[in-house]
Write a protein that binds this ligand. Structure first.
Ligand SMILES: [Cu+2]
Length: 278
């Protein structure tokens, strides 16, 4: 009876939260989709109604944002993991925008999201792989990971930068996606000096974050790795065991509901009731 009650509450909670399946937010470079604080794309103007699961870039409302950056320069990549999963990230680039699903190949996976192939020496379209690696036990949310990637020297013009998250342990799908639209500027194109220029849908300059590419050089893009090696989980409350994410389909749901899961469900139900009352 307990389990039955729980199941009904859980199903209500899932129905109530819809497709809120946030896993990470792409902070830099700016996302091609409009996303909320959790990283979920908007769709049809409805916040969080899009998906991060759609290859190759997620699906939802376009932001129209373009990042102009010098070809061959160093680009700062910053994400916030908003659902705690073990795993790692891969950054890829193709010389076109928009990109098609066939332009990127998902890493080969063993078992049910047990492990994913990591390119030890990245070959295009892959720029960096195996970054921000951490175990499920180390996963905390929200957790910021950042690094610098070297853009291909010879690549100019429109480009799509894909940031892929591999999750383990996890049920399929094992990957979540976000992308940025880049405009790679050649030597005589008046490239911003060591920085990037973000241009909005109207073609106007939105921001000049010149500090981002050079400012982080000292760390060597290690905030992710240092976070996963030495520091460990900051707070227990930040942990979200994989089975506790109502947005995730998990392979084995045999585990008895934990207090944390009941908390998640409770919050979801509460918010749903709040919504209803309006
Ligand atoms: Cu998940």
């Amino acid at each position: 009876m307990r389990a039955g009650l729980f199941a009904s509450v859980l199903s209500v909670a899932i129905l109530g939260t819809g497709s809120a399946t946030a896993h990470f937010k792409l902070n830099e470079p700016v996302d091609i989709l409009v996303t909320n604080a959790l990283g979920d794309p908007a769709k049809g103007g409805v916040a969080g109604a899009g998906s991060q699961k759609t290859r190759p870039c997620g699906s939802g409302d376009a932001s129209g944002m373009v990042t102009k950056v010098a070809a061959g320069s160093t680009l700062h990549v910053k994400v916030t993991e908003t659902v705690g999963h073990g795993g790692h990230y891969r950054v890829s680039i193709v010389n076109k925008f928009p990109a098609a699903a066939a332009d990127f190949t998902d890493p080969a996976v063993t078992g049910v999201c047990q492990s994913a192939t990591i390119m030890a020496t990245p070959v295009l379209p892959v720029l960096a792989d195996g970054i921000f690696a951490h175990t499920q036990a180390q996963a905390t949310v929200p957790k910021v990971y950042e690094t610098d990637v070297k853009l291909p020297a010879g690549m100019t013009g429109p480009a799509t930068l894909q940031i892929l998250e591999f999750m383990t342990p996890h049920a399929a799908p094992c990957f979540y996606y976000h992308c940025a639209q880049l405009e790679l500027l050649g030597p005589d194109a008046g490239a911003p000096d060591g920085g990037v220029v973000v241009v909005g849908p109207d073609g106007g300059e939105v921001a000049d974050s010149g500090a981002s590419s050079s400012g982080s050089s000292g760390t060597g893009g290690s905030s992710g790795s240092s976070g996963s090696s030495g520091v460990g989980p900051e707070t227990g409350s930040g942990k979200l065991p994989q089975n506790n994410d109502s947005g995730c389909s998990t392979a084995t749901s045999s585990a008895t509901p934990s207090l944390a899961l009941m908390g998640v469900v409770g919050v979801a139900v509460a918010s749903m009731l709040r919504r209803r009352r309006r």
